[in-house]
Design a protein around this ligand. Structure first.
Ligand SMILES: [Zn+2]
Length: 180
């Protein structure tokens, strides 16, 4: 991405919007954008926010990443609201998109199965559906296998790594009883 264009963009964004951007999470920004954003926040004297961006740039310490994953897993399931089963995450692939889902194993399992029925139906009607549907089915079967195991899935760890700066702030604010 063009760094000069990023500089021009962030220098024209209002302070409110910059604050909202950091609060929404920095996980989707490419490294160049993070550096330019950090410089802009520093230039405007928003040093706490610049610090949050720096944490995102440096990446989590392994112990912090473990803590974030454990905290996420102990949350109430965002789909059924129940507690007591360690949450996991997977990507559910359908014919048209791929969705990241965090939830208890039973909710994730149902979501994958629902996507499977939609895919099967799509394959009947869309000429290319069969090709995409077969690929999606292989990935979804893998997703079911992963979420039924006791270990955090790669998708969950990747999510925690990508959004660690924002998640770390939420974790400190609500150490017990978290709601994702
Ligand atoms: Zn659930």
């Amino acid at each position: 991405m063009d760094v000069e264009a990023l500089k021009r963009y962030y220098s024209g964004v209002s302070e409110e919007r910059l604050k909202a951007l950091v609060a929404e999470g920095l996980g989707d920004l490419v490294p160049e954008a993070l550096s330019v954003l950090q410089a802009e926040l520093t230039r405007r004297g928003l040093l706490d926010l610049a610090q949050a961006v720096q944490i995102q740039i440096s990446g989590p310490e392994p112990a912090e990443l473990d803590a974030i994953v454990a905290w996420l897993r102990s949350s109430a399931c965002p789909i059924c609201g129940r507690r007591g089963t360690a949450l996991n995450a997977c990507r559910v692939d359908s014919l048209y998109d791929s969705e990241f889902l965090l939830g208890c194993p039973s909710c994730l399992d149902s979501s994958v199965r629902r996507a499977e029925s939609r895919n099967a139906l799509g394959c009947l009607f869309a000429p290319l559906g069969l090709v995409f549907g077969t690929r999606a089915a292989v990935r979804n079967r893998e997703a079911v296998r992963v979420v039924s195991s006791a270990e955090p899935s790669d998708a969950l760890v990747e999510y925690a790594r990508k959004h660690h700066a924002t998640l770390a702030v939420s974790m400190r604010a609500v150490p017990e009883n978290p709601e994702p």
